[in-house]
Design a protein around this ligand. Structure first.
Ligand code: ZN
Length: 163
């Protein structure tokens, strides 16, 4: 084994760097899921205060101090490229039938998690990881419907726009 130190070292670099990235991505995924859980609570509180009405955008939750601004950003792009990724939010139309599994909030771009999918918060508060191609389909459907993403207030490049 000692005679193979060079080869072992190369193997170490080969294995450890992707493992570090993997650990960062897992941490980003956990943080992102937590964000959506907190957003779900904030939306519930908002609806309680506004006679069942959904907020028009996530920024409204921040303005009403129901949600900390930090929770409106996916930590994935922040960890990996120093960029900030946002979330898309599509409130159900007023008077729409109750669809508990319909998506309400999701990662705004496939890039938020390296093209491997994204988190989706459903109207019933459930948070699911959705893999491509279904996640890509959701993003393009929402882009067509003019999904409301959080307005970007930072000067940095942002992923709040699909495409
Ligand atoms: Zn995310």
């Amino acid at each position: 084994m000692l005679g193979l130190a060079g080869a072992a070292l190369n193997g170490w670099f080969g294995a450890v760097v992707p493992r570090l990235r993997e650990a960062e991505e897992l941490r980003a995924r956990a943080g992102c899921r937590q964000n959506l859980t907190v957003i779900a609570q904030a939306i519930r509180q908002y609806r309680h205060l506004h006679g069942g009405r959904f907020p028009t955008c996530l920024e409204e939750l921040v303005l009403e101090e129901l949600l900390a601004e930090g929770h409106t950003r996916c930590p994935g792009p922040l960890l990996m490229q120093g960029q900030r990724g946002g979330y898309l939010y599509v409130p159900p139309p007023a008077g729409a039938p109750d669809e508990p599994y319909a998506p309400l909030v999701c990662d705004a771009a496939m890039d938020n998690h390296h093209g491997r999918g994204g988190w989706v918060l459903r109207r019933n508060g459930r948070v699911d990881w959705v893999y491509p191609p279904q996640f890509g389909q959701l993003l393009s459907e929402w882009a067509e419907r003019g999904a409301v993403s959080r307005p970007d207030t930072s000067a940095r490049p942002s992923s709040t726009h699909v495409r």
